[in-house]
Design a protein around this ligand. Sequence first.
Ligand SMILES: NC(=O)N[C@@H](CC(=O)O)C(=O)O
Ligand SMILES: [Zn+2]
Ligand SMILES: [Zn+2]
Length: 429
Amino acid sequence: MKTFIKNGTVINPDTAFIQTTNVLIEDEKIMRIGDAQHEEAERVIDATGLLVVPGLVDIHVHFREPGFPQKETIQTGSLAAAAGGFSAVVCMPNTKPAIDTVETLTYVLQTGKRHGAVKVFSSAAMTYGIEGQILTDMESLRKAGAVTFTDDGRTVMDPGILYDCFCKAAELDVPISSHCEDHRFVTSGSFNRGKFSSLLGDPGIPALGEELIIARDILFAEETGARLHIQHVSTARGVQLIREAKARGVRVTAEAAPHHFSITDEQALLSGTMAKVNPPLRTEQDVEAVVQGLSEGTLDAIATDHAPHTIAEKSHPLERAPFGLVGLETAVGLTFTKLVHPGKLQLMDAISKLTINPANIMGLPAGRLEEGHAADIAIIDPNKEWIVEPDTFHSKSRNTPFSGMKLKGKAVLTMVNGNIVYDENSPSG
Ligand SMILES: NC(=O)N[C@@H](CC(=O)O)C(=O)O
Ligand SMILES: [Zn+2]
Ligand SMILES: [Zn+2]
């Protein structure tokens, strides 16, 4: 089957290519990028005024399988991904059981193949049960397809165990993805420790608790030569630590989540538990530093940390409600509204941080729009104005602080291996 995408602004960040042109797809591959007309193709998509970019890559999602299908399944999560323009995702291992054995990892990857609308990759846990005590069989998990090791949701606190983990990661040349939170220092708060946590009588989560672990893990990476990827960076000093580490040649990369570059801790007053996320929404200065980190390249990737929870759970009193918010279906809108349209991030950089950069960090065969490559493509309408309505999400969960927010920019079509997995303009879209 031939698909012809005509007259779009075609972007391939890997080669800094941007041109108004056409893309011809045959079966699962991109055959040709260029001016030639192929109006005879079975399917012709008019992309006039739209961006035609590599399928987006999210290296930080929680699809909750096995264990919590009431929050999300691999199938519903992948539908949310497709609706957000993503064609590839990396699942986090804080499931039940955790993704800490080859058996569970294989279950996730096979379920992704069978029921996933997009390409589902997976991390594996650093320690059994994400308990920070006993290292998993990293070698076997790597062979079985784990693209990174992480205890996301928690931090491995024991330096001896962590050291062994970094050494093994260096040997296997696989990145460690680090959720940075010093559990001895960060205790029972729900929001960023500061003015708003005080107002709400919440003990607060100190920025220092995140920064201590960022600093620690950078030293471990430097010492062992392992590749380190810092997840969901939320503080100004965290950005600064990564900037300095990169300058002295440490193999460190980092991601920012859309909520950390879009809204501040003041959101707690408006959204309550819907704004409860870990790391927490921080101050205006922190948000500015995250934006600066993205624009200067200290922060390499935008990753959603899509963390679905049920409404029932989010209705618990503040201290019992779980941390996390869904992000796949608002990521493009927030990136364009908060970064690209205000001129804080160049269009090419924004697309890089949603495609080739995260793909390269995790070594995924994704993130490129090139002849001969798989036809994983997102079509984005950068000027589409829309209002976030959680009831229309494809995700099983609706936990977002962005409900009712007006955004400009949206993925309107997503293709995986030449198949359309999301189409805004089709009835089933
Ligand atoms: N980000 C969150 O607030 N929650 C995540 C865990 C995590 O990413 O740390 C979750 O699994 O719900
Ligand atoms: Zn985390
Ligand atoms: Zn996470």
